[in-house]
Design a protein around this ligand. Structure first.
Ligand code: HXC
Length: 514
């Protein structure tokens, strides 16, 4: 090999060293992989093609002139996951703390532009001290360039953010604009203002972990969607998630021809609902009995547990599942559950993923807190998301379907393509006890034995409405089906709806109640 070519190979090795051995060792000691190591694990073997490895920043302020490191703290390029194209950038904390300079931002934007033009997912691995402090406003402008592209790419290609170290200040808004946020436990955190600023302004003392660690965002804020124990697990989860997703809004999700479905689940499903309709059960058991074996991939499992959302497959076809969870708060809809499910429905609709809704909802959560914090607006988000979704939508009412919550949960009149009810379904404006108290108020007050009359009237209302047949008579549900018939109904239903085409009225965009 000629000397000139050998020099290139030598330069490549140096470039790949990022901030140097000492910083890499420090990074490893914290349990973190380097940017290059992460990309290698994320992508299919030998598929990564780096671009921009020679790029350096142009600043001379505050001694930066002496700290020009090729790549400028972010590794960018493209490669394959399960044989499909993806675009990726990984911030390199060993180079100036992975801080974002003008050129660092330009490298990320270039990758995003390529992804958008070529219709493939963008995966960002975040590990950064934020804006490059020495560069000032040009760094901030770089963030805005990224936010602009995140927004323009939203609903066109899937965007995934992995938080694998610090992510603070305005930097958090890029992940927040993307579809799914993954965080690594113990080594990552996200906050707009850190513990020191919090202490100065509000006099609250809090650690970084409690303020913005993976657990906090998984359970309290709902900012993240997936938590991993370490970098390796996080990267594996990303690979798994992508198996459910299409490359862009104009394509379908991949559909494996080989899938398994254990027939014994058909028998098992009937026993899941307790005989007593006030007792809880885990709706994930119902989901499991309906979808291909081991195909349920839950999203935000620790947030707003009263609703369960996630991807699954039916005969290999990706679907999005939204299910009320009777084992948490009796499955009521509240602010957080509405927001969680609405965002998920919007994602599925953006990317042609049909929806299965399993309904067992006693109503909206009452309370001052809920009302003052806007359950009206937040509940409307879910309503809007379903009503606007043009993907195939099938609802199965397993048990309770009461009041406004019945309407919101993809009811037939809200555009569900198919609506089924199990014989255990109770579809009514409200519970029989409350209903009797209101409509038979006079009879109860005038009765010799008000308590007994109330009970009789309650029973009368219950017999009339707490079943699926009134709704079926009016065509508000399409059919009453046995639990064990449900899988087949879904297989046939989603197949029948495969070519569904529905256009919304011409508009710039709707005004979802944000
Ligand atoms: C330039 C930075 C940097 C930054 C870290 N470094 N953050 N350089 N700009 N923002 C450098 C350090 O100087 C150091 O360089 C190396 O990265 C590693 O940093 P350490 O502090 O040694 O690491 P650690 O102890 O692990 O602490 C990590 C950290 C801390 C918590 C992230 O570095 C930190 O607090 N950084 C500043 C965070 C911040 O305030 N950023 C601005 C946020 S505002 P050497 O040469 O020693 O290796 C913002 C606005 C965005 O981002 C707005 C968008 C709209």
């Amino acid at each position: 090999m000629s000397d000139i070519n050998k020099r290139l190979l030598k330069t490549r090795v140096i470039n790949a060293q990022g901030g140097g051995t000492d910083r890499i060792n420090k990074h490893h000691a914290q349990g973190k992989l380097t940017a290059h190591e992460r990309i290698v694990l994320l992508l299919d073997e030998n598929t990564f093609q780096e671009i921009g490895a020679f790029v350096e920043h142009r600043s001379n302020s505050f001694g930066l002139g002496q700290q020009r490191i090729p790549g400028d703290g972010v590794v960018t390029g493209y490669g394959k996951i399960h044989g499909r194209q993806v675009y990726v950038y990984a911030q390199d904390f060993t180079v100036l703390g992975g801080s974002l300079s003008e050129t660092h931002a330009a490298k990320i934007c270039r990758i995003m532009d390529l992804a958008l033009k070529n219709g493939a997912p963008i995966i960002g691995l975040n590990d950064s001290g934020g804006a490059r402090i020495q560069e000032g406003v040009v760094s901030l402008s770089g963030y805005s360039e990224i936010f602009f592209r995140n927004t323009r790419a939203s609903g066109v290609v899937p965007q995934l953010s992995l938080i694998m170290g610090p992510c603070a200040g305005g930097a958090v808004y890029s992940p927040a604009l993307t579809d799914f946020v993954f965080m690594v436990g113990d080594t990552s955190y996200m906050f707009v203002t850190g513990p020191n600023v919090v202490k100065t302004v509000t006099h609250e003392e809090v650690t970084s972990e409690d303020l913005g660690g993976a657990k906090t965002h998984a359970e309290r804020s709902g900012v993240n969607h997936f938590v991993a124990e370490n970098d390796v697990e996080c990267l594996k989860k990303v690979r798994s998630l992508l198996t459910y997703l299409p490359q862009n809004a104009y394509e379908e999700a991949p559909r494996p021809t080989v899938y398994e479905f254990s027939q014994e689940k058909i028998l098992r499903i009937e026993a899941i609902l307790p005989a007593n309709n006030t007792l809880p059960y885990d709706c994930r058991k119902v989901v499991d009995c309906l979808v291909d074996d081991d195909s349920f991939f839950e999203v935000q499992e620790d947030y707003a547990k009263n609703i369960v959302v996630g991807f699954a497959r039916i005969e290999g076809r990706t679907i999005g599942v939204v299910a009320n969870q009777p084992s948490e708060l009796a499955g009521v809809l509240d602010i957080n559950a509405s927001r969680k499910a609405a965002r998920f429905v919007r994602f599925c609709d953006s990317f042609n993923i049909p929806l299965l809704i399993l309904e067992d909802v006693p109503g909206f959560l009452p309370g001052i807190d809920q009302e003052w914090n806007g359950i009206i607006t937040h509940g409307a988000k879910l309503l809007y998301a379903f009503a606007e979704a043009t993907v195939p939508r099938i609802t199965v009412i397993t048990r309770k379907a009461y009041g406004g919550a019945y309407c919101v949960m993809n009811s037939k009149s809200l555009g569900a393509d198919l609506s089924f009810a199990w014989p255990t379904a109770e579809i009514a404006v409200m519970g029989a006890k409350g209903a009797a108290e209101i409509i038979f108020k006079k009879d109860i007050l005038d009765a010799a034995d008000p308590e007994m009359t109330w009970k009789e009237k309650e029973l009368e209302y219950a017999e009339t409405f707490t079943n699926p047949y009134r709704a079926a008579e009016r065509g508000i549900v399409d059919d009453v089906i046995l639990p064990q018939e449900t899988r087949l109904k879904l297989v046939n239903g989603f197949a029948m709806l495969e070519k569904k085409a529905e256009n919304l009225p011409m508009k710039k965009h709707g005004n979802i109640p944000l």
